[in-house]
Write a protein that binds this ligand. Structure first.
Ligand code: THU
Length: 148
């Protein structure tokens, strides 16, 4: 399932969102790195979109879990997001890579980001703190709302 939604007006707990990310991680296609990652991206309207990393024999073609989740969200009409949980298997929670930070920043810097490692240890950040001075539409001479 790529989309779930909390029952009317009820906010998902962080643990519920992490469970979605861990479930997505089980479907990761990572035969090269063997580093499976899942992500659960919560839209402002409560919908949750999941992603997993999808690798390729042509290594640079592989995609991270976060951008797969973002693609699911955008094609479903969601462009405003509240939280994302990234689930990986290592002892140290994996923080989103630079490319994923930039991709997520397109839709707002107030996003709360949680990363959960294999032992359940979690770290949280605000996207604004993970990617200060991001490249945005203003550098292209466009108003910020042009991108929304
Ligand atoms: N990866 C993600 O999917 N998300 C992250 O936050 C970090 C890295 C993936 C990319 C690649 O398939 C594997 O993990 C090893 O880098």
């Amino acid at each position: 399932m790529t989309e779930t939604r909390a029952q009317d007006g009820v906010t998902l707990s962080w643990e519920d969102l992490a469970a979605e990310a861990r479930s997505a991680r089980e479907r990761a296609y990572a035969p090269y790195s063997r580093f499976a990652v899942g992500a659960a991206l919560e839209a402002a309207d409560g919908r949750v979109f999941v992603g997993c990393n999808v690798e390729s024999a042509s290594y640079p073609v592989g995609t991270c879990a976060e951008r797969v989740a973002l693609g699911h969200a955008v094609v479903s009409g969601a462009r405003s997001f509240a939280r994302i949980v990234v689930a990986s298997g290592g002892a140290v929670p994996a923080s989103p890579c630079g490319m994923c930070r930039q991709a997520l920043a397109e839709f707002g810097l107030e996003l709360e980001v949680m990363s959960v490692g294999g032992n359940g240890v979690a770290t949280t950040w605000r996207l604004r703190d993970l990617l200060p001075a991001h490249f945005g539409p203003q550098q292209l001479g466009l108003a910020p709302e042009a991108a929304s």
